[in-house]
Design a protein. Structure first.
Length: 364
């Protein structure tokens, strides 16, 4: 099995186009064609992570956080990032990162935290825009059914819990081929009028190449006319954070103590206690202060995330309990998620959970 075959499985869970624009995801070091000897899964890739991969005969590191985030202008070992990349290259070890592609997955980071906390009735906290596209094309009436079905098979036409969705309108299309044309209908050099069906279908952006391939393969015309539009619609199953309900409501203090235990954190920074019960919980792994307002609008009793700044705790405004459990702590179970997922997909292959804690923060 080569690296590309492994990453194809990963991208079923977390397609790279789910990632935020600022991010750097995918294969950061190495070649997709390299045969895999073993896989090491980690939250961060440090020098000791590469050493662990070497000792365990793993030539592919799957990391949640990307080791290369900004641009690298030099590789001379003057920073920990450069030293990690150099050591990986010297030892023929590839590095792949999922980061916000997995953050935005329905079954990703936040879903794993929901599982650990036992939340029910979960849904995405901030549904993502820009991942739903629309294809509009016209085709002769007699070819419409065949083309439409092939577009469905390629991934088009799914909206929420519904498949095979399309809008179809009949009308007249006109065209006139030049001397080099080879029209399927009509004659070159003469204006032709054809009874056509306009087909409109939506699709997730990750299916765009498949949809275009189906369109060009099954459309009868020599020149296929079509439009692709990126919509402003949000996708309810793709996005940052989640919100759900505890099986039983808790007092604020009991909830914080429960959170401290199950999330294995030595410290929770929180906003003012409001003497109210906690039932509806919003959460987001990693730095999540940007979603405080989303949690409040969703009616959450508590919002669990990390990296809140001093003034951001004031945003609670006596309406919600904010709990900062630590960046590493909020994402620590992501490694387990990836190992469990890959083990099911690759049953005859060693997928190893890194034993090293990469948390750079210590508590006294």
């Amino acid at each position: 099995m080569n690296i590309k075959e492994v990453t194809n499985y990963l991208e079923e869970l977390a397609p790279l186009n789910y990632a935020e624009d600022f991010d750097n995801v995918g294969l950061l070091v190495g070649s997709y064609q390299t045969d895999v000897s073993g896989i090491l899964v980690t939250l961060d890739t440090l020098e000791e992570t590469v050493d662990e991969a070497i000792s365990k005969n793993c030539n592919l590191i799957i990391s949640f956080h990307p080791i290369i985030f900004g641009g690298l202008k030099k590789l001379n070992g003057n920073s920990y990032v450069e030293r990690v990349v150099l050591k990986a290259i010297k030892n023929n070890i590839a590095i792949y990162a999922t980061h916000t592609a997995l953050d935005n997955s329905k079954y990703g980071v936040s879903a794993k935290i929901c599982e650990v906390l036992g939340l029910k009735n979960t849904k995405i906290l901030i549904p993502k825009k820009g991942v739903i596209k629309k294809l509009i094309t016209t085709v002769p009436l007699q070819n419409a059914t065949v083309l439409r079905n092939f577009l469905f098979e390629a991934g088009a036409g799914s909206i929420g819990n519904y498949d095979n969705c399309s809008f179809n309108a009949k009308g007249e299309g006109t065209y006139q081929g030049n001397k080099d044309s080879n029209p399927v209908k009509g004659e070159k050099g003469k204006l032709h009028v054809e009874q056509e069906t306009q087909i409109s279908v939506v699709f997730e952006s990750k299916y765009e190449s498949n949809v275009l391939e189906a369109l060009n393969e099954k459309h009868p015309y020599e020149e296929v006319a079509y439009d692709i539009i990126t919509t402003e619609n949000v996708h309810q199953d793709i996005g940052m954070g989640m919100i759900g309900e505890l099986p039983k409501e808790m007092s604020e203090k009991d909830f914080l103590l429960f959170l401290k235990t199950v999330m294995k954190t030595d410290c929770i920074r929180h906003s003012e206690l409001l003497n109210k019960k906690i039932r509806k919980v919003a959460l987001l792994g990693g730095a999540g202060s940007f979603a405080i307002s989303n949690a409040k609008r969703a009616g959450a009793d508590a919002y669990v995330s990390a990296d809140f700044k001093y003034h951001e705790f004031f945003k609670a405004e006596k309406s919600i309990l904010l709990a900062d459990i630590g960046h590493y702590e909020s994402e620590q179970f992501t490694k387990n998620l990836l190992v469990d997922y890959l083990t099911k997909k690759i049953s005859n292959f060693a997928v190893i959970l890194s034993e090293k804690s990469t948390n750079p923060i210590y508590y006294i």
